[in-house]
Design a protein around this ligand. Structure first.
Ligand SMILES: [Zn+2]
Ligand SMILES: [Zn+2]
Length: 388
C-alpha cells in the first residue's frame, strides 16, 4: 500500500492502546515493550549472538515457496493451487540458505522434563510428547549398484530388514540429483519432483492419502542378502525426518503394502504371527505386529523385539548400520525475507565470509529511509542488497 511498515505499526499500536484505555483497563504502561524498537531488539540480537557463539544458531539450505513473478518467498497459505495469490505465477520450490536455531539439541531434555510438570493436563503433556516425536530404531546403509554411493535409511523396525523390497527417497533429498542425472527417465522424474514439492508437508504425509512415487531405475544392494532393491522417489518421505530415506517392507507396513500392490513390487514375509502362517500371494493387508522372525538368515527364529537388538548389534559390528534415535522436532527457521523485523546481526563480508557483529555495535538497525515501490517483491530485494 506504499506506506512504511514502521508508520503502519506505530499507528496500529497507538490505536490499540487508546482502545484499551477507553475500555478502562488499567495496565501499568511503564512496563510496555515494543519489540520492533531498536532498544528492545538489540537484546534479541544479543541473544542471537550468544546462541551463535555456542553453535546453536547456524545456516543451512531449506526449501521455500518462490514466486518468480514477485521475486519473493511465499508462506504456504499464500500458495493457492500451486500459484501465487498475488500474481498467479506458478510457484516453485527454491533452496535458500537460512538461519536456524538448534532447538533439537534439547529434544531429549524437553521430553524428559515433561514428567516433572505438576498439575498439567495429561492431554497437553501428550501433545507435547507427540510434537517432540521421539523414535528409537536403527540407521542402515545400502550401497547403490554401480555407483560409489551409500544410502542410509532410518527404521524403527530393523527386525523386518530381510523383508525390504524397495527403498524410497524424499524428492528434495540432495542425493537425488546424483542418482537421476543421465538416467533414461530423468525428465519424467524431474517433473514428478517439481509437482511433489508443490504440496505441503502435511498434505504429503497424510495417512489417508495414497502414497505416490516414481522409479529411478537405480538399484540398491541389500546389506545381508545382496539382492537388488529398486530405488524410488516418493513424496510421502520428508527430507527432514530421519535420514530422508526409508525402506519399504510391504509385508509388514500397510502403506508399503498398498504401494507394492499398486506398482507390482514383490512382497516378502519375514515376521510370522504367533498363531498362523502368512502367504504373500493371498495377504490382503500387512502384518504390522510383533512375531517371530523368518526368512531372515541367522536371525530366523528370534522374537521381533530381540531381533531388533540382535540385528542392530550385528550391523554395528560390521559397520553397516547403527542404533539411532530421531525426533520429529525440527530446528527453528528464523530467517525472514522481510524488510521489517529485527535484522540478524551477522555481516556478510566478501573477504572473511559470515562474521558476527561485535556486541558493542548493537543494535543493527533496519534500513530507515528507502523508496517504497508499489511492487512488494521489489522492496524485499532492496532490503536484501542493502543488508548484505
Ligand atoms: Zn507472485
Ligand atoms: Zn571482513
Amino acid at each position: 500500500r506504499g506506506e512504511s511498515p514502521k508508520k503502519w505499526t506505530m499507528n496500529n499500536i497507538s490505536v490499540s492502546k487508546n482502545t484499551l484505555k477507553l475500555m478502562g483497563l488499567s495496565y501499568d504502561w511503564d512496563r510496555e515493550v515494543t519489540t520492533c524498537n531498536p532498544d528492545y531488539y538489540r537484546w534479541t540480537q544479543w541473544l542471537f549472538l550468544k546462541l551463535y557463539e555456542h553453535g546453536l544458531a547456524y545456516r543451512k539450505e531449506a526449501y521455500v515457496n518462490w514466486c518468480p513473478g514477485c521475486q519473493t518467498v511465499l508462506a504456504n497459505e499464500q500458495v493457492i493451487g500451486g500459484k501465487c495469490w498475488r500474481c498467479d505465477s506458478p510457484v516453485r520450490k527454491k533452496a535458500l540458505t537460512q538461519w536456524f536455531i538448534k532447538i533439537t539439541e534439547y529434544a531429549e531434555r524437553l521430553l524428559k522434563d515433561i514428567d516433572k510438570l505438576e498439575g498439567w493436563p495429561e492431554r497437553v503433556k501428550t501433545l507435547q510428547r507427540n510434537w517432540i516425536g521421539k523414535s528409537e530404531g536403527a540407521e542402515i546403509d545400502f550401497e547403490v549398484e554401480g555407483m560409489n554411493l551409500k544410502l542410509s535409511v532410518f527404521t524403527t523396525r530393523p527386525d523386518t530388514l530381510f523383508g525390504v523390497t524397495f527403498i524410497t527417497i524424499a524428492p528434495e533429498h540432495p542425493v537425488v540429483e546424483k542418482l537421476i542425472r543421465g538416467t533414461k527417465n530423468e525428465k519424467k522424474i524431474r517433473e514428478y519432483i517439481e509437482q511433489a514439492l508443490l504440496l505441503t508437508e502435511i498434505e504429503r504425509t497424510r495417512m489417508d492419502r495414497e502414497k505416490t512415487g516414481i522409479r529411478t531405475g537405480r538399484y540398491a544392494i541389500h546389506p545381508f542378502t545382496g539382492e537388488r532393491i529398486e530405488i524410488w522417489i516418493g513424496d510421502y518421505v520428508l527430507v527432514s525426518y530421519g535420514t530422508g530415506i526409508v525402506m519399504g517392507v510391504p509385508a509388514h507396513d500397510q502403506r508399503d503394502f498398498e504401494f507394492a500392490k499398486k506398482h507390482g513390487i514383490p512382497i516378502k514375509v519375514v515376521i510370522r504371527p504367533p498363531d498362523r502362517d502368512l502367504n504373500p500371494e493371498i495377504m490382503e493387508e500387512a502384518y504390522e505386529e510383533e512375531g517371530i522372525m523368518i526368512n531372515s538368515g541367522i536371525f530366523s527364529g528370534l522374537p521381533s523385539r530381540e531381533g531388533i537388538k540382535e540385528i542392530t548389534k550385528y550391523m554395528e559390528a560390521k559397520g553397516i548400520g547403527r542404533k539411532k534415535v530421531t525426533y520429529r522436532l525440527r530446528d527453528w527457521l528464523v530467517s525472514r525475507q522481510r524488510y521489517w523485523g529485527a535484522p540478524i546481526p551477522m555481516i556478510h563480508c566478501e573477504r572473511c565470509g559470515i562474521v558476527p557483529v561485535p556486541y558493542e555495535d548493537l543494535p543493527v538497525l533496519l534500513p530507515r529511509k528507502r523508496k517504497l515501490t508499489s511492487h512488494p517483491g521489489v522492496n524485499l530485494l532492496l532490503h536484501q542488497s542493502r543488508s548484505s
